[in-house]
Design a protein around this ligand. Structure first.
Ligand SMILES: NC(=O)c1ccc[n+]([C@@H]2O[C@H](COP(=O)([O-])OP(=O)(O)OC[C@H]3O[C@@H](n4cnc5c(N)ncnc54)[C@H](OP(=O)(O)O)[C@@H]3O)[C@@H](O)[C@H]2O)c1
Length: 312
């Protein structure tokens, strides 16, 4: 990377925005995406809009069988039809899944047919008020951490058989947060949606690193998309959106690294990394965010205990 690139990347804005994508894209290897995913099966959560929709469409275009896991049947159906309209030979299927509910994850994992080569844990929320699911978990934590962990766990035998890949869409927002297990679960005097969200994204990255040490047959990756113009950004961060809308990435640009992680060759030995624009990046550019080893273990124990109902 040139000195000029390092300075622009350090600015964050000129890295996370669309100019950052265009600059980073100059080092992309186009042959990486010229692969056939024929015969491979991918599952994308939150596939009906934004980054999840773009990932699903790109994987379908490369020939993969793609399951769109969506919580709302109508929105999911519209996404399915939009992909089929653009790619008439696409092998895409709609699956109903509310990833925030462990019981629904269990039902879904039991009924999903066949092997899984690629799991993209994309569904995510950033609510500004604290609510709990009917299973009693704070919604951000349930959607962004517990459900994806339970889904990954439940599909693990099929991912192992396929020597598959698990890609989780994290966020650059997590870079400002040190893991706090109370804030992560919404156990705070005053709920701050942005902090709760960033905590869940920090947890996603740590769990992916832990999975990588436990399961060598599967490649685990987290990535952050930069700032992309999606329904979530418009509705959850209206002030941020109004200030940045002219420089936001397209959903396709935000999705690019996730698609690349799903299909690119040469990922052997690179499990457990955090990626941005097809390059591994530091999870702790700000020194103070490094969590204690015991907190990492507590996090794993916490999600495993919560998900135990799924295995019962
Ligand atoms: N856009 C960005 O700049 C940005 C930056 C950093 C990270 N991210 C991450 O990227 C991922 C995708 O977000 P996006 O920006 O593309 O926003 P989006 O267009 O709003 O997509 C979010 C998707 O998640 C789905 N979802 C939410 N809760 C769900 C649940 N309980 N079960 C199943 N699906 C659920 C939504 O479904 P509904 O349509 O039914 O709500 C929607 O399809 C998220 O994990 C987000 O945190 C995005």
């Amino acid at each position: 990377m040139s000195f000029f690139d390092s300075v622009l990347d350090a600015s964050v804005v000129l890295s996370f925005d669309r100019s950052g994508f265009r600059r980073h894209a100059k080092r992309f290897v186009s042959a990486d995406m010229q692969v056939s995913m024929q015969g491979k099966t991918a599952l994308v959560t939150g596939a009906n809009s934004g980054i999840g929709f773009s990932v699903s469409k790109a994987l379908a275009a490369l020939g993969a069988t793609v399951h769109l896991a969506c919580r709302d049947e109508g929105r999911g159906q519209r996404a399915l039809e939009a992909i089929r309209a653009e790619l008439p030979s696409a092998d895409v299927h709609l699956q109903k899944l509310d990833v925030s509910l462990l019981a629904d994850v269990r039902r879904f994992a039991d009924t999903l047919p066949g092997p899984v080569d690629v799991l993209v844990n994309n569904a995510g929320v950033l609510p500004d008020t604290m609510t709990r699911t009917r299973e009693g978990h704070e919604v951000t934590f349930a959607t962004n951490v517990l459900g994806p962990h339970a889904l990954t766990s439940a599909l693990m035998p099929r991912l192992v058989v396929a020597k598959g890949r698990v890609i989780t869409i994290a966020s650059g927002g997590m870079l400002t947060q040190k893991l706090n297990l109370h804030a992560l679960q919404g156990q705070v005097a005053k709920f701050d949606g942005v902090v709760a969200y960033a905590q869940t994204k920090r947890a996603e990255v740590i769990l992916s690193e832990q999975w990588a040490t436990k399961q060598a047959e599967v490649t685990f990756s987290t990535m952050h998309p930069g700032w992309a113009d999606t329904p979530a950004v418009r509705s959850s961060l209206p002030t941020f959106y109004s200030m940045t809308k002219s420089i936001l990435r397209t959903p396709e640009q935000g999705a690019d690294t996730a698609v690349w992680l799903a299909v690119a060759p040469r990922l052997a030995g690179k499990s457990g990394l955090f990626w941005f624009d097809r390059a591994p990046v530091s999870t702790h550019p700000l020194g103070f965010t490094k969590e204690a080893p015991e907190d990492r273990e507590k996090l794993w124990a916490l999600v495993e205990t919560a998900c135990a109902t799924l295995k019962a």
